[in-house]
Design a protein around this ligand. Structure first.
Ligand code: M6P
Ligand code: ZN
Length: 194
């Protein structure tokens, strides 16, 4: 049978505002992470307690055109990390390996300044600078977390396979082997290994 779309011109299902990366579509999901959702992520427990649990740290907009876990599809998202610090550690995402660990991902900087923290299975950690126009290929097997090192919001785009999934446990249990902290007014990667 002929596809119903044969010889029709249809409305574009998704649009992106190039000035800020905002996605519009009928089906955008919009998870929000507040301080209270980020227990055990930041090092300074006292500073963490002193921040209102309802303070929003980051927000994601994503379109999932196929069901999560299905092989062969792609997901598209934009994340905004608000500026700020817990003690001297910058606001950042939880970070994850992919559940299907070999799955890769693209990130790209849209607004603001930050860093993409990357860590391999041997716990070697390094960082790439993020800024409007920066483009980052994240290989499979590499954990990734983004950090807002600036004074304005950091927005970045992402595109990842629909069967990649998120493995947060490894990072919840052991963290990354380095943290991005402000030292003498500048971001520095500080090892957490003793
Ligand atoms: C990007 C993508 C998403 C991810 C989000 C927030 O938009 O990588 O898959 O969920 O960043 O990162 P995290 O899941 O580590 O909190
Ligand atoms: Zn990912």
């Amino acid at each position: 049978m002929k596809n119903k779309k044969h010889l029709t011109i249809i409305d574009t299902p998704f649009t992106v505002d190039y000035s800020n990366g905002n996605i519009s579509s009928k089906s955008v999901i919009n998870p929000i992470k507040k301080i209270k959702d980020l227990q055990n992520i930041f090092e300074d427990k006292q500073a963490f307690k002193n921040i209102d649990g309802d303070k929003i740290i980051y927000e994601v907009q994503a379109i999932l055109p196929v069901e999560e876990g299905r092989e062969g599809g792609l997901f598209y998202g934009k994340t905004i990390i608000h500026p700020g610090k817990v003690g001297n550690e910058y606001f950042m995402t939880k970070g994850h390996f992919h559940k299907k660990i070999d799955r890769a991902e693209f990130y790209w900087g849209i607004e603001g300044e930050g860093m993409l923290l990357l860590m391999d299975k041997n716990r070697n950690t390094w960082a790439e600078k993020m800024y409007p126009g920066s483009l980052h290929y994240i290989n499979g097997y590499i954990a990734h977390r983004t950090v807002n090192t600036g004074t304005t919001k950091l927005s970045f785009g992402a595109c990842w396979p629909s069967d990649a999934g998120h493995n947060y446990q490894e990072i919840m249990d052991n963290g990354f082997s380095a943290r991005l902290k402000e030292v003498d007014g500048k971001p520095q990667l500080i090892s957490t290994q003793l």
